[in-house]
Design a protein around this ligand. Structure first.
Ligand code: V47
Length: 382
């Protein structure tokens, strides 16, 4: 590893802590966000990353499925949600989702990532049936489904406790929960960007309840809108505290805000500097999270690749049919073939390892060769 050169003297005591493997404080987190010394910050994050993962970089072969974009929440941050009769509103028929999922299996998917809008009329049973049907038809595929926000909504419409809602989802086939909907836990920020969603505290309580019944989950932070550096550090430290308690989080994904077509379209996009800092600071503050994802869809493949030397150890997946960022103006592809992910990883000097959702290596030699990707998109509206 190259030598650490520190230009910002404020980073020196933090570097000593990182090198000694000591936990960083709130003030350390703030200093990391505030430093212009991106290279020293990146060096430290890379040090932590290599201590944990050496030269390996993970990716997976997955498919995103968004059953509906109809949503009652009307979050200012979101360009995906629609009113029921608005142009572009859709809800897919279960049979069509199942067929598309089976195509995903033929193409080698080991994970389905399912999230959607908070639909005013679809009953909880629709989502349970969706899971049962997927498990029956695609038994080998990991179902990473429904954010804490959706779980909170299901519990309301089904009049069940959070725990019973999670138990019903688990019994229907949900294997783990994605990390979305966390945004920024600060009530001040949530009031503006996602007023009708569960509160930050409720998000954490639902994650805790999921972990308590054996459902692992991811966690995210949406940055680059109206949040302060203090609010980012508070968010990360709340996640770190819950992880100390449950050890249920698998990976953390910093999500760069895309303003286009949202209620916050006047805001500038986060810069490459912001993106690399977000990755590096999360690696350093979240000392009890194994995996930090550089989600290429939102970062762009170029920044995601550089992030592999700023603390990230995972590029996420092939994805296929991403909608949430693309409705918000993302210009990245909606799909990247595994060969391209492997090329990006190798070029960054890392060794690509295909993983499943829980980061076990996937051995393709024991599986049928994946079929070529079909470009057909879901079409049946119910
Ligand atoms: O919950 C919504 C965010 C999330 C916008 O768990 C926006 O493995 C930016 O959570 N600009 C969905 N972000 C994505 C997500 C995710 C992605 C990849 C992997 C995993 C995982 C989770 O995207 C939402 C919200 O926080 N979002 N709108 C927007 N305009």
């Amino acid at each position: 590893m190259s030598e650490l050169i520190i230009d910002d003297a404020k980073l020196r005591p933090i570097a000593d802590k990182v090198l000694a493997g000591e936990r960083l404080s709130f003030d350390d987190g703030l200093a990391l966000y505030r430093t212009p010394d991106l290279l020293a910050l990146g060096w430290l994050a890379n040090h932590s990353r290599e201590r944990r993962h050496g030269n390996v970089c993970y990716f997976n072969v997955n498919r995103h499925i968004n059953p509906t974009n109809v949503c009652v929440a009307h979050c200012k941050l979101c360009a995906f949600g629609r009113d029921p009769n608005a142009p572009g509103a859709y809800t897919f028929a279960l049979e069509e989702i199942w067929q598309r999922a089976e195509q995903g299996v033929r193409e080698g998917a080991t994970e389905f990532h399912l999230v959607g809008g908070l639909h005013p009329d679809l009953p909880f049973e629709y989502f349970l049936d969706l899971m049962r049907g997927l498990k029956q038809r695609c038994p080998g595929v990991h179902l990473k489904a429904f954010t804490m926000v959706e779980v909170g909504y299901f519990s309301r419409i089904a009049k069940l406790s959070i725990r019973d809602t999670l138990l019903a989802l688990q019994a229907a086939g949900v294997d783990s929960l994605p990390g979305g909907g966390a945004e920024i836990f600060s009530p001040r920020v949530r009031k503006v960007i996602c007023d009708h969603k569960v509160s930050g505290q409720q998000w954490l309580n639902i994650a805790r309840a999921a972990h308590q019944i054996g459902l692992r989950s991811n966690a995210t932070m949406l940055y680059g809108h109206i949040e302060t550096e203090e609010e980012r550090v508070e968010h990360l430290l709340a996640l770190r505290a819950l992880q100390d308690e449950t050890r249920g989080f698998v990976a953390f994904i910093p999500l760069a805000f895309h303003p286009e077509n949202t209620g916050l379209a006047h805001l500038p996009k986060p810069t490459g500097f912001d993106d690399l800092k977000a990755i590096a600071v999360s690696r350093l503050l979240l000392d009890n999270f194994d995996h930090i994802k550089a989600y290429w869809i939102m970062l762009s493949p170029s920044i995601a690749q550089i992030a592999l030397r700023f603390g990230a150890d995972d590029l996420d997946g092939t994805v296929a049919e991403e909608k949430i960022y693309h409705d918000a103006g993302a210009t990245t592809a909606q799909f990247t073939p595994r060969a391209e992910l492997e090329r990006l990883i190798r070029q960054a000097g890392r060794v690509p390892v295909e993983r499943d959702t829980l980061y076990r290596p996937v051995d393709r030699s024991k599986m049928p060769p994946p079929a070529a990707r079909s470009d057909a998109t879901l079409s049946i509206i119910v």
